[in-house]
Design a binder for this molecule. Structure first.
Ligand code: PMP
Length: 354
């Protein structure tokens, strides 16, 4: 090989879900929110003075941290903000997973975790979810260099009860436990109530799902002050100005409009519960999702065939060609109309097949 190339980084990247550009598409493949962000966010965007862009943003994102701290009942110094929770999680990996011991995350989980572990040369082990796709807490009681899992888990949608999360945290006082709560607002119980009780817990959340701001790229972590100060030091060793001034103010406006947030989340939960009934009647099987998606397999028809047939109709869901889950579809909850189009198509398609 040419010597120019031999020291280049050779890495398998994370592959995000497709962003198809058809105007008639129904997009149920990347767990975005089907509803627009709060009108308060739009006001911030509309009144934004472009002259501000000549200055660097506040590297501390103080306005957003203060808003989050007040909203969730923490001190500003307990909040870290980043460019989506992907950025926040990557900072957590860099900040806390340096012991040389393997970190632990479930075999079926967010597929970015192994990518970051490889990028940062962190060893990892992946305890298996049980046959019901549940995390087995005892698997996380062995020696490790840190723990990370989504709750509810992705792509399964299954929630680990808070009491079991607490057991995992208690059994691992010498390593940091990161609970990735990207989907928590859709009916799960947050671990934020444990943050002031355990010094080894980091809770990570995002504005991308429940607050309809995937395109803005804002996420945050809550933990004790020492952990957050380590994350800030790592961030400031890499890129001080992560959030721009528009994102800081727009995200703060979203948090302040709590009524809009609750209304939107409730609409999605109602649509999800109806979709569960419809999918069940069509012969799909799934766990009781507490997220804005349903992870389902059909009793007789292969997931890949359904995925391809939907795609032809420009209805996009997510299919993972991975061990143990290659007969499942992850279906994001859209609007009632979008879900009706999905169900109507499936009724027709499956009546031919079954
Ligand atoms: N965690 C989980 C479990 C996710 O599914 C996602 C979305 N891909 C993220 C974190 C990252 O989301 P974002 O960077 O948009 O906050």
């Amino acid at each position: 090989m040419n010597s120019l190339y031999q020291n280049f980084r050779n890495i398998e990247p994370y592959v995000p879900g497709e962003q198809p550009q058809y105007s008639d598409r129904i997009k149920l493949n990347t767990n975005e929110n089907p509803y627009p962000p709060s009108p308060e966010v739009k006001k911030v965007l509309e009144s934004y003075d472009a002259d501000n862009l000549k200055l660097y943003p506040d590297p501390e994102a103080t306005a957003l941290k203060e808003t989050l701290a007040e909203h969730y009942g923490f001190e500003k110094e307990q909040i870290f903000v980043g460019v989506g929770s992907d950025d926040v999680l990557a900072m957590c990996f860099m900040s806390f997973f340096n012991s040389g011991k393997p970190i632990l995350f479930p075999d079926i989980s967010y597929s970015f975790y192994p990518v970051w572990a490889n990028l940062f040369n962190i060893k990892y082990e992946t305890p298996k979810l049980n046959d019901n796709f549940e995390i087995v807490k005892e698997d996380y009681y062995k020696e490790n260099g840190g723990i990370v899992f989504p709750n509810p888990n992705a792509p399964t949608g299954v929630e680990l009860p808070l009491s079991e999360i607490e057991e995992i945290i208690k059994h691992n006082q010498n390593s940091v436990v990161i609970v990735d709560e990207a989907y928590i607002d859709f009916g799960g119980t947050t671990a934020l109530s444990l943050v002031n009780k355990y010094e080894n817990l980091v809770v990570v959340q995002t504005f991308s799902k429940s607050r309809s701001l995937a395109g803005l790229r804002v996420g945050f972590a809550v933990a004790n002050k020492q952990l957050i100060s380590v994350m800030n030091a790592v961030k400031n060793s890499y890129n001080s100005y992560t959030l721009n001034s528009l994102s800081i103010n727009a995200a703060a406006a979203a948090v302040k409009d709590d009524k809009y947030f609750k209304d939107t989340v409730n609409k999605i939960i109602i649509t999800r519960e109806n979709a569960k009934k419809d999918l069940h009647n069509l012969g799909f099987e799934f766990n009781d999702s507490k997220s804005n998606f349903i992870f389902a397999k059909h009793k007789t028809v292969k997931a890949k065939d359904i995925f391809e047939a939907l795609k032809e109709k420009h209805i996009f869901v997510r299919y993972f060609n991975m061990p143990r889950i290659d007969n499942y579809l992850r279906i994001t909850i859209g609007t009632d109309e979008e879900m009706k189009a999905l169900i109507d198509f499936l009724k027709d398609y499956l009546s031919d097949k079954c």
